[in-house]
Design a protein around this ligand. Sequence first.
Ligand code: ADP
Ligand code: MG
Length: 827
Amino acid sequence: MSRTTIDFGIDLGTTNSAIAVLNGVNAEIIKNNDQHDITPSAVSIDKKGTLRVGQRAKNLISDSARSDAYVEFKRQMGSNHEYKFESSGLARKPEELSAEVLKSLRADVQQRTEEVVEAAVITVPAAFELHQCDATRKAAQLAGFRDSPLLQEPVAAALAYGFQADEEKAYWLVYDFGGGTFDAAIIKAEEGTIHVVNHGGDNFLGGSDIDWALVEDLIVPRLLGEFKLEGFRRGNPLWRQAFAKLKRAAEVAKIELSRNERATLESCKFTDGRGEEIEFECELTRAELLRVAEPIIVRSAKICQRVLEEKNLGRDAVKKVILVGGPTLAPYFRELLGRSLGIPLDHSVDPLTVVARGAAVFAGTQRFNGRAAAPVPAGEYSVDLRHKPVGMDSAPMVGGKISGASTEDFTGFTLELVNTKTQWRSGRIPLRADGVFIATLHAERGDRNQFAIEFLDPSGRQQKTTPDTLTYTIGAVVEEQPLIHTMGVSLANNEYDKLFEKGRGLPLKERRDYRTTHPIRQGQRTDVFRIPVVEGEADCADRNRLVGYLEITGEQIRRDLPANSEVEVTLKIDESRIVTVTAYVPLLDEEFAVKLDMQKNDPKPEDLQADFNTEMRRFHEVRVKAEEARDEGGLEMIREVEASLLLREVREGVAAAKGDPGAAAKCQQRLLQLKLKLDEVADVLEWPAQVVEARKLLGELNAVVKQSGSPAQRDEAALLVEETEGIIAGKRQMDRLRKKVERVRQLHWAIVSAQPAFWIHQFHWIEMQRARATDQARATRLLEQGRDCIAKNNTAGLKNVVWQFWDLLPREVVAAAQRGYQSGLVR
Ligand code: ADP
Ligand code: MG
């Protein structure tokens, strides 16, 4: 059978994967060789180099003392991590392991239906970042798929629930709590297009966190009460297998507790440091499980609330919550979630396979053009279809071009499209001489319409075409996956210039003008000028994820580039999410460009430790400050952080990171969240000082505006005073206050820097600093030039001298402001 639509959908999950195919209007799951709907996303390689995928591979993790099997590699997608298979000495990247899972699913289809799957829709979490989508695409290529459109998991789930364009104005919330990632997405259909209105998620929240909480909070304390085990920690390589066994036993018990009130932890046997065998058993109750799982479930509910609030949606606006992911099979889980959310839940489609089913539904709307490379045999014809297999139109147009090995002129050939079910016929359509045709179809609602292509030669004999059918469904189109995170450029003062807001459709392109902060000497390799690109929602640049840099060194330029030179930066993302940064420097008339490598580096455990220590020191300082100031608001926030799951996760994560890259990646992400939280606390404490500072600057602004401001500047200053006072009187909104203060500074600067007197004043200050200049000969020359400019009333020249002199002064003056991933840009 030759397909005209992709029809196959794959849920490439962190824990489990599944494949479904669309037959008519039904999405059907294709079982694996073990007769299961889902296949664990686990890969093992034994000492002979034999590779296995699925349950047997997963079992090996706890059954073998060696590291020969891995799961959860989806968490590392897009990173440069390598999984080492100990017995064979082989190493594999995350995308290579994912490719093996894909191959295995493909083999299951071939075994059952003899069809070789050439293309499939593959789902990714809505929270997947660029490099992760990239890696997924790479995995599909490695697995031999010729085409693999990506689809967001929540959209897939909604499609499986029959979410259609007729659901006009209804919002759905897709709640997907998987083994390792959590996604909450609001879905809406508008003018025939389904799209994700907003989403939030956590790449490090899932069922496996419940397993680990069981292990660390309940099981390990009991175990240590019975046995004396040295260094018994999750990150300790000595105890790797013991922890793997405990985790697996915990998962089994957890699943049992979805049905029963109590479960016995299946016996875990392992040897202690001295080679003595330890056998451990214990009983767990649902109440105990609920106690450790509750904070995790509540955290997911909070993310849902935030996602709704961000769009100003109340609970009533959401028609229903659809449940996705294995843990939602547990009634206690649903009950707690339902209570926290207060929106009706729907779990009528199996939460473990709903995503694969929806992917297949979507695949049925994705055109597949067959094997383009294969030549058409003599006497046969191929059809290159140009049509949208899905749309709101009940009478869509279909175009195409017929070609054949031995026919060049198609005059006299005709084509007719016949609905295979209703027998509706399009009527004979004559082909153009070059083989092109256009037809209008008639489609039935609520069905996938299949049309046979009847192709007749001039003598009226029917000829075979490939493909010989085409399909069309009346339904909503899924919007191109939009930008997942806001993206922009980090500036030298750690300001984040957001160029693309999250949620915008691709492709995107934006240009901004900046200036350089420091000079670059021609030929100097160590003179570097960087343009950091970051993605994320936080206001301070370094609280977001670094995507990559465009770097320009002295070796790349033809002549010296002074500080304060203009740079035009263009950021571009194309449909396949490839990010390019271009910098045009007018002074050099040269353009520099880089395609950002979306790969992420593995966080190093020692860096995480150091980073964590720094944050804890900061936390301590903040607390001392709050205690001294007796700031009740601040102290309350500090207590909250102290008791938070977040702090605990970071602390445990730093320990666990040592032997486990998955834990390291999670720890890095949580650490970023902790920093943001501490920023918030610090902001609250700094508020009084900031208010004083703001008023002082306003006073200075008033003084200069009175003396030398234009009428427009006077108006603006008056407005700024009013607005700033308004913010001060309100809640402590540090960001808003900072932004206003920044604006006050800018206006102040605009007024004073327009005054020749200002530059003269600066020049005198510089004269006093001359001893500190790095290049004394140049300093002398500049000072001479400066005096000359003053004598000639040449303000522009003087300005230039001052700028150049600033470059000669020690960097530490600048360094204090040099956060923001060491950006070389200012506005
Ligand atoms: P992913 O999308 O990450 O591949 P899944 O949706 O397949 O994840 O969910 C896997 C998770 O579901 C695992 O943590 C597993 O322990 C959990 N799980 C599966 N069945 C049940 C059940 N009946 N009760 C509770 N948890 C379950
Ligand atoms: Mg999933």
